[in-house]
Design a protein around this ligand. Structure first.
Ligand SMILES: NC(=O)c1ccc[n+]([C@@H]2O[C@H](COP(=O)([O-])OP(=O)(O)OC[C@H]3O[C@@H](n4cnc5c(N)ncnc54)[C@H](OP(=O)(O)O)[C@@H]3O)[C@@H](O)[C@H]2O)c1
Length: 247
């Protein structure tokens, strides 16, 4: 039996598709109250409406590059459900390209969403969790947070940063009984490769994903595993790949 999920208030960024959406569905089915953040408000609301038929879900249009909006997302969850138990910092994008292409706007975007978005999520949730003396951060890195390959330099840098931020956070929140989990997926079938604008990289990546990517529920199950441990067990890192993925 899965324990420690029912009734928890879980804020999820990037919940309008892919890993975030799958996690919202999975946790909702297990009785969690989910607070969904992303920019595409129509998709977010449709998901919240669907989940609300069996459980409790709230949609809050959120751009994670705006710290005020991230704070409003968390505050909406706390106002509606009275607390925040888990903050899933998941929103991200992966417009990979070789540095020589100088897609500097995309570098900026990845830094803003993948790094600053995570920091804003921490800033919004941490005061509530320290006051409660309980909570759980689940930050999404990647295999690219452990490795770097040509074309993936900036994306890998952002995902390495998420790993470092998570480990620093883990150490700092010891007095507050807060857990921290870093989840680093390999290729999972989502809209993520659609953020690639370099035509050569897009074709290669699409083929790679078509060949080996596994369903998004794989990630949701990793989140459930970390959340469902007893409160004195802090699962700090989960790295998983499709069984067929070499790198
Ligand atoms: N799929 C994989 O193979 C894989 C592997 C390793 C790590 N990851 C990581 O997993 C996370 C989720 O990605 P995914 O695979 O589920 O891709 P996805 O289907 O493209 O989902 C990305 C999510 O992030 C949201 N997002 C993007 N920019 C945002 C912004 N400025 N503000 C708020 N939300 C924003 C998107 O929502 P809106 O567009 O509606 O805002 C969407 O809900 C990312 O951090 C990604 O790096 C994925």
């Amino acid at each position: 039996m899965i324990t420690n999920i029912e009734g928890k208030v879980v804020v999820i960024t990037g919940a309008s598709s892919g890993l975030g959406e799958a996690t919202a569905r999975h946790l909702s089915a297990l009785g969690a109250r989910v607070v969904l953040g992303a920019r595409r408000a129509d998709r977010l609301q449709a998901l919240a409406d669907e989940l609300n038929r069996g459980g409790k879900a709230l949609a809050v249009a959120t751009d994670v590059t705006d710290r005020v909006q991230v704070k409003q997302l968390v505050e909406a969850g706390v106002q509606t459900y009275g607390r925040i138990d888990v903050m899933v910092n998941n929103a991200g994008l992966m417009p990979q390209s070789m540095l020589e292409r100088l897609k500097i706007d995309e570098w900026d975007r990845m830094i803003d969403v993948n790094i600053k978005g995570v920091l804003y999520g921490i800033a919004a949730a941490l005061p509530h969790m320290t006051a409660q003396k309980s909570g759980h951060f689940i930050n999404v890195s990647s295999v690219a947070g452990h490795k770097v390959r040509p074309g993936g330099t900036v994306y890998s840098a952002t995902k390495h940063a998420v790993r470092v931020i998570s480990e620093g956070l883990r150490q700092e929140v010891k007095p507050y009984n807060i857990r921290t989990t870093l989840v680093s997926p390999g290729a999972v079938d989502t809209e993520l490769p659609d953020s690639i604008t370099d035509p050569d990289v897009a074709v290669t990546m699409r083929k790679f994903y078509d060949d080996i990517a596994i369903p998004a529920d794989s990630f949701a199950r990793a989140v459930v595993f970390a959340m469902s441990q007893p409160d004195d067990v802090d699962v700090n890192e989960i790295l998983f790949r499709p069984t067929r993925q070499e790198f």
